[in-house]
Design a protein around this ligand. Structure first.
Ligand code: RRO
Length: 316
């Protein structure tokens, strides 16, 4: 069997399969339940300065095959309630705590509280595609100067590693990745959901309660792969600092994981697949990845990492 262990700043993962933010990561019970699966690590739901209610529904719909649409509305228990939970719980898998906030000072404050409660690494969500005033998440992720401001503030506030969660909804994601890494981010996570809109023709109105939404699921995997490759190639060429890439977008099989690793990802995150298969998907995907690597003769992830980029060096 191939060696699947991987270390990234703040996280020693037994395998590269992490729970993506937003999916089952808002409560201790959900996090424990996923931790009991064969995932390598966890990412919490994004936690903000105060508790937020979920948007009016529908908040998440599989509108057509492989197209998952959501506008949950950044629902979360708020930092004080989450840190209380964190300090009372020991999770069996390493966890990235995802955070967001309305300004740099606020996210720095949340980061400090998370570190004090025992968080070993943070993922700063700069990229919710339907954020409203009060969270500003997407606006930040589309503006390199604001990314720098947020990351610098968080890095100054804490000693634990910080990952920047990036949006695909920009022209060239390596620009935003570069801004985050130059400001001190220890890694990048990409992609968040793709800006989307779907209409119910019978009702004559958008399907999702919030009207605008973000798209995930297997249909966005090729988009995510291209975005990951853009960042990995920019790192290879020395255009931006080199750091681990946590890749996600539509992963449902072991082959999908291999694809992202071959494009330079260090580890991956899995979200929408849990809608189809619950947390058991981690075991299934790990089995498939192992089998693929055995048959193809890859002894570890390192021997696969970035090989698909070799033919793409000249691309802009
Ligand atoms: O909660 C959400 O509606 C949400 C968030 Br915070 C995010 O980052 N991405 C997304 O698709 N939905």
């Amino acid at each position: 069997m191939a060696e699947l262990g991987v270390e990234v700043p703040g996280l020693a993962l037994a395998n590269p399969l992490m729970l993506a933010s937003g999916v089952q990561g808002g409560t201790a019970a959900a996090l424990h339940r996923v931790a009991a699966s064969r995932c390598g690590g966890l990412v919490s739901k994004s936690i903000g300065p105060v508790a937020r209610e979920i948007y009016p529904g529908p908040v998440c719909v599989e509108s057509t095959d492989s197209v998952v649409l959501n506008a949950m509305g950044l629902p979360n228990p708020g930092v004080d309630s989450f840190t209380e939970m964190l300090s009372q719980n020991e999770f069996s898998k390493p966890m990235l705590v995802s955070i967001f906030g309305p300004d740099a000072e606020s996210v720095a404050d949340i980061a400090k509280k998370m570190e004090a409660a025992g968080a070993t690494a943070l993922e700063l969500n700069l990229s919710c595609p339907h954020a409203k005033p009060g969270s500003r998440a997407l606006i930040v992720g589309q503006q390199p100067e604001l990314i720098k401001e947020y990351i610098s503030a968080v890095k100054q506030a804490v000693g634990i590693p910080v990952y920047a969660k990036l949006t695909p909804n920009t022209a060239q994601v390596s620009t935003e990745a570069g801004a985050a890494l130059e400001a001190g981010a220890d890694g990048v996570s990409l992609i968040n959901t793709v800006s989307a809109l779907e209409v119910d023709p019978y009702a004559g109105r958008p399907i999702i309660g919030n009207l605008l939404c973000g798209m995930s699921g297997p249909s966005i995997r090729p988009i995510a792969q291209r975005k990951v490759a853009e960042v990995a190639l920019a790192m290879r060429r020395g255009e931006i600092p080199t750091a681990p890439i946590l890749a996600m977008g539509g992963i449902t099989t072991g082959l999908d994981v291999a694809r992202f690793i071959m494009l330079g990802a260090t580890a991956v995150q899995i979200g929408s697949a849990l809608i189809y298969g619950d947390a058991d998907v981690f075991g299934e995907i790990e089995n498939e990845l192992n089998e693929f690597m055995d048959v193809q003769g890859y002894s570890d992830l390192e021997s696969m990492r970035g090989i698909a980029l070799d033919t793409m060096e000249g691309l802009n």
